[in-house]
Write a protein of this length. Sequence first.
Length: 327
Amino acid sequence: MKAAKSLIMVLALWMAASCAGKSTEKSDNQNIVAQVSIIFDADSAYSFVAQQCAFGSRVPNSDAHKKCGNWLTDKLRSYGASVTEQCADLKAYDGTVLHARNIIGEFHKEKTERVLLIAHWDCRPWADNDPDPNNHNVPVMGANDGASGVGVLIEIARVISTIDNPNVGIDILLVDAEDWGETGGNNENSWALGAQYWTAHPHRADYRRPTYGILLDMVGDENAAFLQEYYSRAYAPTVMDKIWKAAAELGYSNRFINSHGGAVTDDHVVINRAGIPCIDIIDQRKNSDTGFCEQWHTVDDQMSHISTETLKAVGQTIVYALLEKQQ
Ligand code: AHN
Ligand code: ZN
């Protein structure tokens, strides 16, 4: 019953979004505001975060990593994406060879207008920001740092599977080997190895470059604060304005804050340098030493800090931005 009802809602929404001549863009978008809460199921997103954690820490070369990668691929396929697994042996800064796997799910390949949605699915091998030095070699669970963004994107994949003819095509890029980087110092290239590989080696020869990109990183914490990250503002101000405006229209200005954040070395920098304007929706804290939440790169990055409300704010904002009439 619930499924039938939400299908009708999606159809109504899609008709509203495509009947430009019959009503104003404004009322179409108000209609969408009313509907996104039904379409994006935050409990489902939460369960996708939990399911990744249930494999254990998804550190490259581990059994949990392999199993979770298989699960992500299967999930995207089950929602109708055309999935490519891009495998590569990547050398980390400490010499370790990472058997990395980028997972790309493409929806509606025929559409020329495309949006790229990105999250990293690997976990950091060391909780080197933990207050207890005994934990510095323990792998991070990454409920927030990794699994949260991926969970939101798998739920968005489920949403897309319910829509017949969206006005944009969506590419979901789950990048590997983001978090094996060198803390401190200036070894910027030690991070985001999977994204670096993908920009240097398109996953298929005739891959059409998307119009813009949105990276989700640490989007699940109960006290999340999405400040306007520096590189995102510099490279992709139009995308940033679109997303912050969408959040405001949905009533999420408490999470998507109109305030400038710091510069974060992350997958989006690599993607911007490859010519795709891309923002990073990332939880930044002005009053913390690291610039991130307290649990960042500690053994306490666990499901207990993940909030359905935060996942909902992020997921609904993105779905809204994808559905709204292009301006
Ligand atoms: C640095 O700490 C240099 N960048 C943060 C990128 C990151 C790590 N995101 C999640 N984990
Ligand atoms: Zn990290």
